[in-house]
Structure formats: C-alpha cells, structure tokens
Design a protein around this ligand. Structure first.
Ligand code: MRU
Length: 336
C-alpha cells in the first residue's frame, strides 16, 4: 500500500510504499499515517495486505495468520476507534470466507470499499456541516482533521472546504498543536495549498483570541465519540471550555465510524507518547534530562460542551442521548 509520510511535511512530500504488516504497524506508531479516518483505512488495508501476501494454503493456519496481523495493527494506537473499526471490517470478511482464495479476494475488495466510502462520507459530512457556517466567519481548528487525516477532503477541514466551495468567506485559525505540530505542519500546509485563508497561532493564544471577539466558531475532528465524551487531540478540551465561556459554538465533525456508543469516557485508554516528543525538538533539548514528562496524545471533552456533531447522516444536536439513537439505527429508518 502507498501513503504520504506525514512526519516529513511540510518540508517534504514523500509517497511511501509498505509491503508488510510490520512496516505498516511501524508507520502508524511513528505517525507517518495518522488521523482517525486514515487509521481506519490503514487498518483495513493492513489486513488486506496480510491476506493478499500470505503464502499459507491451509485455511486454519491462514486464518490464524490474519488474526495475528489484525492484533499487531490493533495494538499500535489505542485511542482512535477507527483503526479497530477498519481492521474488524476486513477481518470479518476474511473469517467468513470459505477458502483462502476467497478470503484474499474479499479482503482486498472490502479494504478498497472502506477507502472509497471515506471520500463519500467526508463530502456528505462537509455539505451538512457547512450550513452551520455564517457567510463570513473565522473558524478555529486544532490538530489536523483534513485530507491528510482521511482519504481526501477531510472532516473538520472538509466542512471548511465545503463552506468555501459554496462561496462563503471563511478564515481559519490553526492552532499549532504541540508537541507534534499537526496544526502548523499539516493543517496550514493543506489549507494554504488550497488557497484557503489560514493563520497559525500557538495553542495558548486561542482563549485570548476568543475574548477579543476574533473567533466565530470552533470546529475539530474526533478520534472516538463515546456516549458521554468526544476524544480528540490533546488541547481540544481547553478550546471547548474557552469557547463555552465566551459563548462561541463548538462543533465536532466525525464519521459514524468514530462513534463507540457502548463505552463511556472512563473505559477508554488515552495514548501516552514518548517523553522525547516534549522534552526536545530535533537536536535541541527543551527540558532537563531528569524532569518527569506526561505526554497524553488525546483528551476527552464532555458532551455538554459540544454544540453539534456533524456526521454523514446529518447534524446531531443535544440532547445526545436522543440524537445518538440515530447512529445505531439501520440506514433506511433514519430521519434527521
Ligand atoms: O495523533 P493524531 O495526529 O493521529 O491525532 C489526530 C487527531 O486528533 C485528529 O483531530 C482526529 O483523528 C480527527 S482526523 C479527521
């Protein structure tokens, strides 16, 4: 499978090829591939890769090999539920196949379907979400929920792209998103490339800009939505608190594959990353050698701070215990 190595942007745009599940797992751990929907696609592709490349002819041993590959991929990042969702979609097809040959064909077809659906999902979600944007507005976003985090278009940035496509005058404030700078490196790169007006700020400026009346709305993506909280990049919660304090709408844009409504906030493992990400930058030391470091990759924002969740089936609003019922309903009986 091929992917853009996101750790090299914005300096270099390198398309990489990985041919083994082990390589893919390493790329996911290193955040070469990142962003919840992109992780869903990578998980699906990874299981298909394992199936397609397997030399095993015995059905039992083949199935065991695929289960091992799925387990390896699943263990790479614990918080974004899309990863497990993508893996499971393809693994289920493999498990129900009558032969090794059928399993290989089904796995590849399902992984391609996951990728293709993602594009349609983002476009639909973008069209629903852009209706929340005033004709002229400044939107603050955090991390990167754009084309790089999906197959294309994006979730939060997809809504922004859709708003711009309908002729709205949208200015974007992109938080740098320390420590790995998905905002400055990726969101600014993507939006500038599309000619969308984007301004970079340090994460710590957000509340002050809200106080000065310079932000009209906040829009972010999500890594997992439980029945009581939205998980997204660390720092999202502080933007939600600040937006609430200043009466600014706080929107989340996410596909249904990000919902995990059988769980609560406290059930979820928040990924903790290496101290080196925070204690240094390239060759430069940013903290004493022996200082303790706590480097959570994500936080959880309680739903009472979320004004709307934009999905591919429409805009969900509070009370979420009611609107979330639509997420679990069969597609044909949904009404939004
Ligand atoms: O650690 P990352 O870069 O994978 O974190 C990504 C985010 O938090 C995104 O905001 C989220 O996955 C939504 S992407 C559409």
């Amino acid at each position: 499978m091929v992917y853009i190595d996101q750790t090299l942007l914005p300096g270099r745009y390198d398309v990489m090829r990985c041919t083994t599940v082990e390589d893919l797992a390493r790329a996911i751990r290193r955040l070469e591939i990142r962003g919840a929907p992109a992780l869903g696609i990578a998980g699906a592709m990874g299981v298909a890769l394992a199936a397609a490349r397997s030399a095993e002819t015995d059905p039992g041993r083949f199935q065991a090999e695929i289960r091992r590959a799925a387990g390896l991929l699943r263990g790479t990042r614990p918080t974004a539920v899309n990863l497990a969702w993508g893996i499971d979609r393809v693994a289920r097809k493999v498990a129900m196949a009558a032969s090794v040959a059928e399993a290989k064909a089904l796995a590849v077809a399902e992984a391609n379907a996951v990728a293709e659906e993602d594009e349609r999902t983002c476009r639909r979600l973008g069209n629903f979400g852009e209706e929340l944007f005033p004709t002229t507005c400044t939107a603050l976003t955090h991390c990167n929920a754009g084309a790089l985090a999906c197959r294309c278009w994006g979730t939060a940035l997809g809504v922004i792209r859709s708003a711009v496509a309908t002729g709205k005058d949208v200015r974007v404030i992109s938080c740098e998103t320390r420590p790995l700078n998905q905002g400055s490196r990726l969101t600014c790169w993507e939006l500038a490339r599309d000619g969308i007006d984007v301004t970079l700020i340090p994460d710590s400026s957000a509340a002050y800009l809200m106080r000065k009346g310079e932000i009209d709305l906040v829009i972010v993506g999500a890594d997992r939505i439980t029945k009581d909280a939205v998980f997204n990049k660390i720092g999202t919660y502080m933007h939600a608190v600040a937006a609430h304090h200043h009466g600014i709408p706080f929107y989340v844009a996410a596909p249904l594959s990000t919902f995990d409504l059988s769980r609560r906030e406290t059930d979820i493992v928040i990924e903790e990353r290496d101290r080196a990400e925070l204690a240094g930058c390239g060759d430069r030391q940013l903290a004493p050698d022996d200082v303790k470091v706590l480097n959570y990759a994500f936080d959880a924002t309680p739903l009472d701070l979320v004004d709307a969740i934009i999905t591919e089936i429409g805009v969900l609003r509070p009370p979420y215990d009611k609107s979330f019922r639509l997420v679990s309903e069969p597609a044909e009986s949904r009404e939004i």
